[in-house]
Design a protein around this ligand. Sequence first.
Ligand code: UGA
Length: 454
Amino acid sequence: MSNISIIGTGYVGLSAAVCFASRGYQVIASTRSADKITQIRAQKAPFYEPALERMLSQTVESGSLKVVSDRAEAILRSDMTFISVATPNHADGSINLTYVNEACEEVGDALCDKKGYHLVVVKSTVVPGTTHAVLRPILEHAANKTAGDGFGLCVNPEFLRQGSSVHDTLHPDRVVIGEYDARSGKQLHELYDDFYSGAVPIMRMSLASAEMVKYASNSFLAMKVSYANEIAGVCERVPGVDITEVMDGVGVDPRINRKFLNAGPGFGGSCFPKDVSALMRFAESRGCTTSLLRAVLDVNTAQALHVAEQALTALGTVSGKRVALLGLAFKPQTDDTREAPALKIARKLMDAGADVCAYDPVVVKADVPGFGTLHSTRSIDECLRDADCCIIVTEWDQFKALTPGDFTRQMAAPVVIDARRIFDPVTFRSKLTYIAVGLYAPESTPRMTHTLLS
Ligand code: UGA
């Protein structure tokens, strides 16, 4: 059984680390953050991910998972190294390779001192061609060895979702391996065959194809969300049409499928916005037009603002009015607010003069930079109290259980904007003013202009 080192302890790195360790591999994770080391050694996940914390606790306790700050130590004590550091974007949306370049430099330095073959696996998301043209030369130079001879090299994109990172790591639809050469690919293939007992399809391809699979997958999923949101906008202008019914009807076709067709306030998080932008910039740098990717992002930007507009229209005069946001995280089961629609909605409402408060079951205000005047509350009731409008922004289970009475009891004016379509329109409309993404709202929707008749 191979000993594994993992550089980076974000969602991807730490999930891989605990999952390998839970199945008996000896894993050494490395991070530069002293805080994270303290937390992990104390069996605490550095971010909200409940299943991960449980497994972290077991694997640290059993000694199969260790965390160190010294990357070289992690590399020298293992047979293969997964590089799983962040690849954020530059201000123009293009990929920033600083951390992954640094990691390769350090892996190469350590390999220079190591006798014998070592497999390097790039798990970080990098634009096609990066591993071969940028990372391989860094590794070769620092290690003073050649890829395919002194060390093996693979790309292994990750498809886990935040909030279900352990489940997704243990039960993926597929494992994609990009290989520099057959020997590298075979070694990683054998690891995953052993890890999944042969139950998961393993696809082997070139390094660059594997890199592209990641971007193409995230772009497609983001496109489905923007498509649903665009159709939702049309539905809002037609009496009797409901986006949820429409997407149920559309999604039953196996060529389309129902997943990622829930209209809402737009996609957020650390992946879709970043990866679609990076692919777009990468394509442009190759002289390629990416009108579809541009549209995916444009629709997404407009969607969060549209939800804020629904609130502004419903409120009439905004000044002095209180708007309650239920949900701050970009999706349930995470405390991540990166690119969260809630923050875009809050910003627009606050700029218009509204008094905005928010409740999220796990996000604490200190984690939301730049939102000094956003009141965060400690309970749903406190958030709803005296509010003139409530927007459901994240579909946490706690919110799904709310009844119309929960709103009418607390709010000054019971106007609910269901941006996640978690409530039954008939029940809610019978008790309060209910406005929803993808549902006709006569009083707040501009009349259609009948150009054919005029
Ligand atoms: C996404 C991908 O789903 C993962 O496969 C990928 O590994 C990950 O990015 C990554 O690149 O690391 P994640 O961002 O964690 O995962 O979350 P998703 O569940 O995909 O949701 C992304 C956003 O789309 C959320 O804001 C969510 O609310 C929104 N969404 C999703 C919708 O608005 N409607 C839907 O029907 C589905």
